[in-house]
Ligand binder design. Sequence first.
Ligand SMILES: [Zn+2]
Length: 74
Amino acid sequence: MSTPREPVSGGRPLNPGDGDQSAHSAAAVTTWCHWHKGETTTGLLITVIEQASGPGAAVYACEGCRQIYRLEPA
Ligand SMILES: [Zn+2]
């Protein structure tokens, strides 16, 4: 007599019914565009303005303003 061996049932991840799938990136990092004076998600650091006291102020420009003003990221 041969005893049938039960296959190990794998490949069933234990999900506690969590159907919340965030496909898109939840938190889009926004920076302040100093050229059009508004927040942007395509901002890149252009330059750092050195101030008299304290650390320099980082100046960001969005993609559109970089093309318009021909700005180059630092
Ligand atoms: Zn801009």
